[in-house]
Design a protein around this ligand. Structure first.
Ligand code: HEM
Length: 82
């Protein structure tokens, strides 16, 4: 299995806009979803609400993300682990 770099939550938090790139976490995994912003069916602005932090509180509200195909998309953007 691939080995990913480790990041702290503080470092993830610095990536909270497009200028600094948009990172999010899910579990202990870190994703750079900057290149997905324009592709998101729910719009760019929704992802920016979670930028620099955890997806879980948002995906608890928008349960359509709890599908295998959404997880597969997210995994394409993985850059590291906490
Ligand atoms: C829909 C992916 C973050 C809100 C979707 C869909 C995908 C997706 C694939 C379509 C699902 C389907 O219809 O089967 C992602 C990924 C995210 C992300 C990879 C990680 C950054 C968010 C966040 C929010 C959000 C943080 C809310 C704050 C929505 C909404 C829809 C949606 C409202 C429904 C759009 C519609 O059908 O009109 N997302 N999403 N998403 N997402 Fe996200």
């Amino acid at each position: 299995t691939a080995s990913f770099p480790r990041f702290t939550r503080e470092e993830v938090g610095r990536h909270h806009n497009e200028a600094n790139r948009v990172w999010v976490t899910y579990g202990n995994e870190v994703f750079d979803v900057t290149d997905f912003l324009e592709l998101h069916p729910g719009g760019k602005s929704k992802i920016l609400l979670a930028a620099g932090g955890a997806l879980e509180p948002f995906w608890a509200l928008y349960a359509m993300h709890k599908q295998d195909h959404v997880q597969e998309i997210l995994q394409e953007y993985k850059i590291g682990e906490l």
